[in-house]
Design a protein around this ligand. Structure first.
Ligand SMILES: [Zn+2]
Length: 239
């Protein structure tokens, strides 16, 4: 299912403004997302992974040399190749739909129609405005509509969307929409609790700030259901 584009109004310095009124710099500095879908070029996958790695290697070498680094040094000379491989094969591999986890659904034979919560899923992503890490925990829940998925698949969906340049709001929405699509139900909830290195290691340098985003669909918009989920998330596990 293709996700809809959303038009987003957002608060900037306490003022509600439409995205079209903002410059690219304002959007980046305020960590605002423009669409739920990761903005991709139409020819995003025309080149193979190998071709992409060669190109990134070349350009990353240029960046390092521009910064004044001596690439003849043994410690540095392999870096462009390592970065290129890491970008394409690891930390940005979730840009390629070919790497999307295959999700098999099972019939819910036990007629379990209560909430299922998978919490404390650790993820590592990267901020699309600064290309530095965002990391934290994802907490997911759904109420089965007759179908269930393997628990590890919930984790894999998080990891897939984490492996892209991201903004936390979009990351949250992408996971939520994917869960709704594969589970064939509106009744899903997602909380992302994350630390942004672009906030803690540079810029304002606040090492304690955490960013929380959430999505509550269907039955989770009911206050009691939402509170039940939040209680499970807060609960100390006994092991
Ligand atoms: Zn950032």
């Amino acid at each position: 299912m293709k996700q809809k584009e959303i038009t987003l109004n957002t608060l900037v310095n306490g003022k509600n403004v439409s995205l079209s009124e903002l410059t690219a710099e304002e959007i980046g500095n305020n960590h605002i997302m423009t669409t739920i879908e990761t903005p991709m070029k139409s020819d995003a996958f025309a080149a193979s992974d190998e071709e992409k790695m060669k190109k990134i290697e070349f350009h990353f070498k240029e960046i390092m040399e521009t910064l004044g680094l001596d690439l003849k040094d043994d410690s540095l000379k392999g870096t462009p190749e390592r970065v290129a491989k890491m970008y394409v094969k690891e930390i940005f591999s979730g840009l390629n739909p070919a790497n999307k986890p295959k999700i098999a659904l099972f019939e819910n034979r036990y007629q379990y129609n209560q909430m299922l919560v998978e919490k404390d899923i650790t993820f590592y992503s990267n901020c699309e405005h600064h290309f530095v890490p965002i990391f934290g925990k994802a907490h997911l829940a759904y109420i089965s509509n007759g179908k269930v998925i393997g628990l590890s698949k919930l984790n894999r969906i998080v990891q897939y969307y984490a492996k892209r340049p991201q903004v936390q709001e979009r990351f949250t929405m992408q996971i939520a929409k994917e869960l709704q699509t594969v589970l064939e139900t509106e009744d899903v909830a997602v909380i992302i609790d994350a630390k942004h290195l672009c906030v803690s290691s540079r810029g304002i340098q606040d090492i304690n700030a955490a960013t929380i985003t959430s999505f509550y669909g269907g039955k989770f918009q009911d206050e009691n259901t939402k509170l039940e989920f939040l209680r499970y998330v807060e609960m100390k596990t006994q092991y």
